[in-house]
Design a protein around this ligand. Structure first.
Ligand code: NAD
Length: 307
């Protein structure tokens, strides 16, 4: 079946994702509010329409990659929205990272309008979006997942069907909560090691082969040296920006509250990363949190004085 895809939101992630769909042979029309995003997408072979609804009206699948839940719900809803413009039975795939509650609300709107929906957030960042190596976490009905699969496989290397509506966002928020908490733990350990006279290399050699082993340590190591490809070796250029980690931990904290979970570490991680992003960490890799921890730690002299 020849399929036409409408791609709404052609920014840092959506632009290269749409380009990979074009490369894989699909007909892609798209729209974004930002003229620079339109220019880039046009040069990658995306047919630019005058509005998002014009793209949706001529497509059998509508993919959204927008900043936050309020953008997705606003784009979907109302007489001038994407749902009203699309032909009955259109498949709506939202790849944005949004709250689980917003994702469930979006599924509700999609179903009420007579369409089919999938939440399919990603991990892998802009590098993965460009290389077509994203991981997709999908939530929705089996048959809708099956129909989306070839498209998702053109943009990613791993696609996991996590369950029903909202399950993709649930998996994303849980994973990123682990990541945020573990990066803080690894960073605190390196700063403590420094204070105790331990070299970065020695701590890395032990922890990477012991029970402290985790992705934050062995792939995105927050100190320069032990893992040459980690952002710490290029002055914390992202990678995964502090602002995005703060956003995702905000969604995790919201989910913890809604679900009534005693998630003290998750809530604290949000507070710590919110402070980092509000300072100078918004555009730095999230592993730069180690510099904030070091800066907020007492000097050796102060420690001696207080003993
Ligand atoms: P971005 O700001 O680069 O892109 C979002 C685009 O949406 C912008 O170009 C903006 O103009 C456009 N937009 C906003 N409202 C619109 C509307 N109503 N109609 C059409 N276009 C509209 O952001 P991004 O980095 O591409 O992130 C997109 C989503 O992916 C976010 O939810 C983010 O949390 C998630 N995400 C980002 C990364 C990353 O590394 N950047 C990684 C994983 C997930």
């Amino acid at each position: 079946m020849s399929r036409t895809i409408a791609f709404i939101g052609l920014g840092n992630m959506g632009g290269p994702m749409a380009a990979n769909l074009v490369k894989a042979g699909w007909k892609v029309s798209g729209f974004d509010l930002a003229p620079e995003a339109l220019d880039k997408a046009r040069s990658a072979g995306v047919t630019i329409t005058a509005s998002a609804t014009e793209a949706a009206g001529g497509a059998d699948t509508v993919i959204t990659m927008l900043p936050a839940g309020k953008h997705v719900l606003a784009a979907y809803a109302g007489p001038d929205g994407l749902l009203a413009a699309a032909a009955p039975g259109t498949l709506f795939i939202d790849c944005s990272t949004i709250a689980v509650d917003d994702a469930r609300a979006a599924h509700g709107l999609v179903a009420a309008a007579g369409h089919r929906g999938l939440d399919a957030p990603v991990s892998g960042g802009t590098g993965g979006a460009g290389a077509g190596t994203l991981t997709f976490m999908a939530g929705g009905a089996e048959e809708d997942f099956d129909q989306a699969l070839p498209l998702l496989e053109a943009m990613g290397k791993r696609v996991v069907h996590c369950g029903g509506p909202g399950a993709g966002q649930a998996a994303k928020v849980c994973n990123n909560m682990i990541l945020g908490i573990s990066m803080i733990a690894v960073s605190e350990a390196f700063v403590l090691g420094e204070k105790l006279g331990l070299s970065h290399e020695a701590l890395y050699d032990v922890a990477s082969a012991a029970s402290g082993q985790c992705w934050a340590l062995t792939t995105n190591c927050p100190v320069p040296g032990p893992v040459p490809a980690s952002p710490a070796n290029r002055d914390y250029q992202p990678g995964f920006a502090g602002a995005l980690m703060a956003k995702d931990l905000g969604l995790a904290a919201q989910a913890l509250r809604t679900a009534g979970v005693e998630g003290r570490m998750g809530a604290l991680a949000e507070e710590i990363y919110r402070g980092f992003a509000d300072g100078d960490g918004a555009d730095r890799d999230f592993s730069g949190i180690i510099n904030a921890i070091r800066a907020n730690s007492t000097t050796q002299e102060t420690v001696k004085e207080t003993v």
